[in-house]
Design a protein around this ligand. Sequence first.
Ligand code: F6R
Length: 613
Amino acid sequence: MCGIIGIIGKSEAAPRLLESLRRLEYRGYDSAGIAVVTPNGTQRRRAEGKIRNLETVITDEPITGTVGIGHTRWATHGAPSVRNAHPHTSGAVTLVHNGIIENFAELKAELIAAGHEFTSDTDTEVIAHLLDATLKTGASIKDAFKDVLDRLHGAYALAILIEGENELMLGARRGSPLVIGWGEGEMFLGSDALAVGPFTNRVSYLEEGDWVIVTRTDADVYDHKGFRVNRPATTVPTSAALVEKGAFRHFMEKEVHEQPESCQRTLSAYLDPVAKSVRADIKASIDFKDITRLQIIACGTAYYAGCIAKYAFEKIAGLPVDVEVASEFRYRTPAMTAGSLAMAVSQSGETADTLAALRWCAGEGLKTAALVNVHTSTMAREADILWPTHAGPEIGVASTKAFTAQLSALLSLVVCAAVQRGKIDAAQEAHYVQLLLETPGLISQALVMDSELSKVAAIDLSKSSDVIYLGRGAMFPLALEGALKLKEISYIHAEGYAAGELKHGPIALIDEKTPVVVIAPDDELFEKTASNVQEVAARGGRVIMITCVPEKVPALSGDAAKSLKIIKGPACDPFIAPIIYSVPIQLLAYHTAVHKGTDVDQPRNLAKSVTVE
Ligand code: F6R
């Protein structure tokens, strides 16, 4: 949720901390701050809002030293303000934190009773006070740190400086990831590999409950019991190019346009293009014959990917599927049946609710799978089966290429399940595989709709205060995803409905001011969706219909004809239509936000990777 960087470096820390924070800004942008070990002690600079505000503060009041920590915040406890911006400090301790300390109120009361004065409204500040107080008892840094960690309930990733220990950093991870970066004569801590990416590509991932004492040349890692452990360094492949915008205006635009490649990469991991079959290693990872029911758990866009997959799993593989938002699933004591497979779908692999739901399923004795884009994430490491997506780093807060990569992987697994459950033969397997292999080319064709969608966004959507999205079958969850995408980046109220539900209530919303986006591929439900278009147009509604078969849309007469805009997409089989039709949906939201002038990559109140409940 928040971004963390720590550096014991050889050159000036402040510009390096800022460089890393700019890369981490997608994780939160309510406020930011750094602390640097200077000849006059550890000093802080903090600012409300984005990293550029912090840059101004540092330009006005420079800070010199080669060791420091930095943080970009997504507020949980305490409003976004300078006073609540990290780093927080107490006596000798200065620290940054990602996560939530659930027992902070109790700890704070105890510390206040002991005479501590707090300067922020955050939960984080209690950790600084607690550690400082423990150090003052004469405990060693190692013992004091362990004692404090044992008293914290909740989630944390921490990077900590101690006054007087000028080449030392402490780190800890529980619930929120933390990596150690290994440089040449310098060391780093980061909330993910991207944080330390500008300085090194050699990282060690801390395990749940680990804590670490980092010096200039080494890192001593301990597990939650206090035993020394080895967390080997791995080389991360992420190239700098993947996290730069290049010629695009926004990361979201770049990521939408990357989808031919990101889907291709993902499909290549699941499908054998020569044998026209699901790859042998994927078939070996699971036997869907033994699975009685699939429970998909996810949040937001990943949840909609799961909802779309349900249609295909049930229709083609005959596998019963339940899909539920993880925040509900985890607290409602679901009745699970033996033989169920629990599958978490997640870009980050760290979303707190999805992770908790997955752990709950594991605790119930279910087999678990994680379909995740970050292959080193907690879900990836904890699930019995890892099904990776290969979208590459997704920086735009609104998920796009991760979504279509999820669909690519899920639909490949549908084919796997259908084969293993004896629902399709080799020829049909080859047919579905071929359809999936055609998606990268079709996505490229869909991207050609860009300028037309930009015009529609400017004329029809950007001035509206409400938009309705309609779809049937797998296009219903895509309509929900379209509405989510629009509201999160353009702040326009949008709702998705199953087109058949329209007359059960939502049709009352139809008027000339409310555009209705209809997603209508050439499938068995097309005629029914087209009838819904008639119903909307007959009531004065403005329809934007995205379809590859405009010739099949019944002609409208009079004013109704004028209120219908058809945008032609590439012809595609209904099996892969959710992937292809994602593109116009994403572009509509993107261009609407650009025309409105909102912050596309960092929409208000949001952050990538929701690692708190
Ligand atoms: C919307 C969006 C979110 C995420 C959700 C789950 O564009 O990005 O709805 O899909 O927060 O995140 P992950 O996939 O990381 O579990």
